[in-house]
Design a binder for this molecule. Sequence first.
Ligand code: ATP
Ligand code: OAA
Ligand code: CA
Ligand code: MN
Length: 662
Amino acid sequence: MASNGVGNGEFSFDNKRRTGLPKIQTQKTEDENVVCHDDSATPVKAQTLEELHSLQKKKSAPTTPIKSPHVFGVAVSEEERQKQQLQSISASLASLTRETGPKVVKGDPARQAETPKVQRPVHHHHTPALNISDSGLKFTHILYNLSPAELYEQAIKYEKGSFITSSGALATLSGAKTGRSPRDKRVVRDETTEDDLWWGKGSPNIEMDEQTFLINRERAVDYLCSLEKVFVNDQFLNWDPNNRIKVRIVSARAYHSLFMHNMCIRPTPEELEDFGTPDFTIYNAGQFPCNRYTHYMTSSTSIDINLARREMVILGTQYAGEMKKGLFGVMHYLMPKRQILSLHSGCNMGKEGDVALFFGLSGTGKTTLSTDHNRYLIGDDEHCWSDHGVSNIEGGCYAKCIDLAREKEPDIWNAIKFGTVLENVVFEEHTREVDYTDKSVTENTRAAYPIEYIPNAKIPCVGPHPKNVILLACDAFGVLPPVSKLNLAQTMYHFISGYTALVAGTEDGIKEPTATFSACFGAAFIMLHPTKYAAMLAEKMLKHGATGWLVNTGWSGGSYGSGSRIKLAYTRKIIDAIHSGDLLKAEYKKTEVFGLEIPTALEGVPSEILDPVNTWPDKKAHKDTLLKLGGLFRKNFEVFTNYKIGSDSNLTEEILAAGPNF
Ligand SMILES: Nc1ncnc2c1ncn2[C@@H]1O[C@H](COP(=O)(O)OP(=O)(O)OP(=O)(O)O)[C@@H](O)[C@H]1O
Ligand SMILES: O=C([O-])CC(=O)C(=O)O
Ligand SMILES: [Ca+2]
Ligand SMILES: [Mn+2]
């Protein structure tokens, strides 16, 4: 026992010769001149609590002009600029059957002090009383480009299911829909889109007419204008400054506003001053259903795109991903018109400037694998490839959270902090610790965060031409090799096929994997025929000498149920070897049926798993499954056999020959 004089079962707090707690000093000591009187504090600069609170805040940046604003070279006053901005928002919210837009005013109606006293409509001219609706008699309060902190307050105060989690993220519920509704996505078919777009079997563009669009638009706008307040976000898409698109998002929920704040590119205060008229507008009236008696409406949900009007209307779903992916669809139309390829892919860049693209359907690993601590993240989901290189379309990431673990995905884990929207997760009531394994609300739990929350994000999110094009498939059949090197024709074959096999609904016990084929790894978002995008990709890969790879992030050692998912650590080793160039130099052999070139050895990955047949205990079962998958690929490709890809019929024939052979 320590020789501090305290022994025999007694304990002490330190090793000084003391027998008990230090005495609390109540007497003034000589060297300290501490005064403890209540009246010693500096006087309060306010007479009332209200006044005191008003001292907390100073005017914030977005409404403060940085430089004197000009319109057509003529200086306009700040007051005039504010008026123009409100006019623009009122015009966005205008019903098409009434002469004027709603009266709009900035600020939260609950905070009267912040609401300007101007009770004067934006449009001064006298409008016939006949055309005024009830919602036209009142002001619609505009919560314009609020900050994350302001949006947190709005969400927590007014939206059920909004909570701050222990790491500071905003937990929200998206309501009845916890995923996208592709069967309710419609596009207006008019003279232009008739010829431009891909219609009919296999196309994601379900048609609607202009009139029906206007009915739904009116329904959304009337709903939004009937509210006390609406959120308006003015933001950008695409980091390529020459091909940037201005988007306006009008929504009823702080959740939607914060989600888009994170996912689109955030304008600087200066950029906001010059914003002007948006190129595209979303009306998100997600809480309000569409009218089933309206032509074309097959459910209470409708996501409607009108390219001519440059508008999108959302009714009957609050899932925020509809906005993100709806805009992606728009980019899939606008960018190819400018000879720019739009891609459903992640993208990152090595220290040497080597860029890699990661294609794949939902859940195959775009976000997980592009978020790589040793590389710069350009983006996780939506990119453009132009003559100048790649650019991210978005300003944020949207990561799957199910079974998220700090050790496996540290950068994503750490990005879930203040400002991040956490959708549909379950958390401990008291500590607010999120349980990422809990699927009670949905398996599709998600985190949306600004890209700069990833420490090695490449800002601005642009990079040179890709060196590697990695096609990801989560093959729950367990027959595709963990990695294969592809020639150009094979890359095109697999790009057009867009294969993955996930296992749905784990609750009801083991289910058969179901193959999904989604052209260009994003058939739900493309607007033109898949061969148009494929031809552009082939041309770009050839021109810039990019190498194609097929990586199976799914099963090994058997199909779902008997085998297991390939360890993320192994997939990361494979990806590292692609980036470093080591894999290009490896020794290869060809597989049966799919004719894929697979490496015989790769550092950090057990050699036996590189050829799936080695990992299957039942060789016959392996062969049967391989043939079954080959058959599914073949059947899926039938619809493409009559199309020419690019100007070269040689490439078309090569692509057709690059599929399974048996
Ligand atoms: N070997 C593996 N490789 C990649 N991801 C894996 C692997 N094993 C498990 N996973 C898990 O699979 C999921 C991949 O999802 P990810 O968010 O990357 O999908 P995504 O391709 O970005 O889809 P979306 O387009 O829907 O956002 C993650 O939850 C990840 O942890
Ligand atoms: O859009 C979504 O909801 C999520 C996503 O990224 C995808 O499905 O590709
Ligand atoms: Ca993703
Ligand atoms: Mn995606």
